[in-house]
Design a protein around this ligand. Sequence first.
Ligand code: ADP
Length: 716
Amino acid sequence: MSVAVRPDLRGNAEVRLLAALMRAKDVDDVNEAAITALLNATNADRAAILRFDEDGVMRFKAWRGLSAEYRDAVTGHTPWRPGTRNAQPIAVADVSCEASLGDLAKVFERENIRALAFIPLELDGGVFGKFMLYYSEPHEVDGEELALAQAIASHVALAMEHKRLEAAGRRLTAIVENSDDSILSKDLNGFIASWNEGATRIFGYTAAEAVGQPVSMLAPPERMEEIRNILDRIRRGERVEPYDTIRRRKDGQTIDVSISVSPIPNAAGEITGASEIARDIGRRKRAEEERSGLLAGERQARKIAELLNRVGPMLTAELDPEKLVQAVTDVATELMGAEFGSFFHNVVNEKGESYMLYTLSGVPREAFSGFPMPRNTGLFGPTFRGEDVVRCEDVTKDPRYGKNAPYYGMPKGHLPVRSYLAASVVSRGEVLGGLFFGHSAPGKFTENHEAIIRGVAAQAAIAMDNARLFEQAQWVQNELKQSNEELRRVNQDLETFAYSASHDLNEPLRTIALSAELLERTSADRLDKDGAKLVSMIRQGIRRMEGLTRDLLAYTAATKHEESGPPGADADQALAGVLENLKGPLEESGAVVTQTALPVVAMHESRLIEVLQNLVSNALKYRGAEAPRVHVSASERDGWCVVSVSDNGIGIEPKFADSIFELFKRLHTRDEYPGSGIGLPICQRIVERYGGRIWLEKSVPGQGSIFCFSVPIARQ
Ligand code: ADP
């Protein structure tokens, strides 16, 4: 740095200034010393130091005897631009006479400033600030005063630069010391010259241990060439851009680092050494590895999921158990990359006996046919017990291998197996079987295969369960079909029997009736009282018999004959027909029949008439003391038409509500009420044929009954 030659400060003033500058700890101390020196060395009564800030504005840094108002008013005012070279002091003997300061006249006046001087603060980079001297009286600043001020300025400028460099140096040192990176310098022979805390942390050597040692101590033997190359490049003045390499710690452990090396020139521009920054990238590398591991794991998991997603539906679609176990074996063997695979699975025969079957993939059946079934040995046992997957890199080295008689290992002639993998197929706690895979080379099955086979085994279990349920459902359906068929046949036989019985009975019955009539007509006068009674009993029996066969025929006919056309009957019309049919009994009993409007229902008319006629005639037959009152109505319930027939007759005890629908069930003797106990069963048969139901809705002995039946509403 060159500083213009200035007149010396004289005597004590200079000594005091230099002493103060030497003591100065920072720029503030320097400023303070400068102001004191200025006021001592000149006639000025006030002084200030100003500097350009980063933004290029001149600001007060130290002052004595100036108001804040004044400082504000003149901040930024400067006769020089930053960096001006060879600037000369400017003295103003009387501010009121200086036109260029006219704008500030008022400010000066208020601050009581009459004269002033500007002394530039200048270093190699030109003007960076100024001293100001202020006088309260007009004052001709003479050359000596200015020269003194300039001398102070040059001392102070140097001191300021020194302090600035010191501060910058401290900052740099702090940066270097606090850096997480290792920062070291070395000479051109590769000896370490400086060593920061980061270097201690990364390499384990203290500065005392490292400084003076060759930098090669940080490299593993195989990297010595690299160290030499770096030194060569540095000697040529080249930089070494950051690159990843390996270094060795004090404890011998190798570490991953990223290194950059820069040559250090001296003032003359000659390379004297190099700085080397090493960053520990172990953590970064580990994180990268972890990340790529996670990514690979995630990719693998997705692949497995996709695979299982494809396999699952394929297996569950197969409902034939035999084909299914083969498909499971084939798919799994392929997915495992096994040379062969087998699926040993339990089967239960019709007698309930359990035995084991197996399917194979990758090998012909003969390859296994000579060997016994796998047993509950140390190796196979876990799979047959439904435990977790068993995987052996090399089964011949497994401690469980070769422990069992008679072969102690693979039987002679058995396919060679080194890699072994087995998984159980378990459904709802029941072991359905075991999947076994083999390969003649060791280490063929990995953890991934384990994961896949677990998934396939689970899918296989579901699929086998499905197939089993399907088989069971089919069996149940078959059974049901068979028993239905049986029932139908028995029913038909019964009907045929009832029909032919009632039909064929008519023939002898007619003969008996005719004979009885003939006997009565021809021999009435020859019969005594008992004989006549007997004949009358015969005739009574015949009438009952006739009624019975007629009713039985009606019962069998209730479902026997197919009606023509689709069902659909106007219940109003049907009831009108019934009342017409029952005209005689109605009149004779003095019955009153009322009704609501009745709908069209999905029944054939003749059948509907049959049901209604049975119910209405019962209402008349089982009347009480009063004349019968019968009411027929219809309503809709849950999409069905419910027709009710109520009466005011003798009623029925609740306990008979169901049994009255049984064939031949009667609650009274024939003497009390004639009948055969077939009317209600006929109604039930008819209604049920249309999907409906008939029931005793309500009955109170002595008060009457309500019978209901439901039939589908006819869809128009
Ligand atoms: P039957 O009238 O020929 O005896 P049903 O099968 O029609 O045969 O009736 C079975 C029994 O149900 C009848 O014997 C009678 O005891 C009882 N029953 C049927 N309808 C009524 C009714 N409306 N009131 C009282 N009892 C009835």
